[in-house]
Design a protein around this ligand. Sequence first.
Ligand code: ASP
Length: 336
Amino acid sequence: MKRILVIYTGGTIGMVKDKTTGALHPFDMKKIYEALPVLKELECGIDTLQFDPIIDSSDMHSDVWLRLAKLIGEKYDLYDGFVILHGTDTMSYTASALSFLLDNLSKPVIITGSQLPLGMIRTDGRENIISAVEIAANDEVSIPEVCIFFENKLFRGNRTTKINAEHFEAFYSGNYPSLAKVGINISYKRHLIRELPVERLRVYDRMCDQVAIIKVHPALKREHLETFLSIKDLKGVILETYGSGNAPTADWFINAVGNTISKGVIVLNVTQCKAGSVVMGHYQASTELLKMGVISGGDITTEAALAKLMFVLGNYDDRNEVERMLRSDLRGEITV
Ligand code: ASP
C-alpha cells in the first residue's frame, strides 16, 4: 500500500466552521479522516503534518520554502508521495521554488488548495484534496515533479499562474499543457511528464532574496526605476516587459538598466503576457536590452522566474554559470 504524507501549511482550504459559533477556523489535520471520511476508501495510508503556526500564503517567503524542501528530504524514504495543502495566492511561487530546491525528484509532490473553505458546503477543497491524494498514490504513472492540482487539472507547478480570485478554475498554464485531467477517469499525458531521474534526490538549502521584480508600464518614470535599481545589495532583477520582451527605448531607461548590469546585477526579461515568449531582438524595443546583456527568460512565468533567480543566485557565484543556468531548462520551467 502506498504511503502519502499530507502537509498543511495554511490557506483557505483548511478552514472549517465552528459548530457552535459558525465562525471559520483552521481545522486540525490529525482529524483529516473525520473531515473527509472518503479518504479511507483510497487504497493508501495517509499521515499528516501541520505547520505551527499555519500561515496565510500571503506571508510565504523563502525560509518557509527551504523548510518545506528540508521536510520532504527528511521524509523522502518513508513516503511514496507528498501532498501540500497551501493557500492559492502564492501557490505558483511555492511550486516553482520547490521544483528548483528538490533536484532529481522521483516522487510526486502535489500542491493543492481551494477557493472555498473545506467547511463550506460547495467547497472545491474536498475534490481537490481527494484527487491530489489519489494522483500522489497512483500506481499507473510516475510523476517525478512538483505539480499543482486544481479544479480537474494537474499542472507542472512551475508553469502555473493564479489567474482568477473567484472561479474554481483559478490556475492557468499558458505555455505548457496540463499533465493530467480528472473526469470519470484520471487521464495522464505521459509524454508531457518529466522522466524519472537517474540520480538520487538532492535538496538545496539556499535561496537569495536580494531580488526585485520591476514591471514596465506606461507611467514608469526615471525616478521610479532608478529608486528600484538602487536598492542596496540587489543581486538580480526580473524585468516584466511587454509582449515578446519589449521595453521603453528612452535613454533614461536604457542607461538605468545598462548601469545596473555593469554593477554586476543580473537582469532577467520576462513577459507580462500570460502565454508566449520573450524573443529579444524581435523588435527595436528589445534590441538594446539584448546588447546590454539582459538575459531572456523565454516563456518562463514571473513566479518561476523569481524562484529560479533566487535559487540560482543562492547557489552559484560565478556570473557565467548564473547566466548559463538562467538560460537553461532546469526543471521543465522553460521551453528551450
Ligand atoms: N489568502 C489565502 C491564501 O493564499 C487564499 C487562499 O487560500 O486561497 O492563503
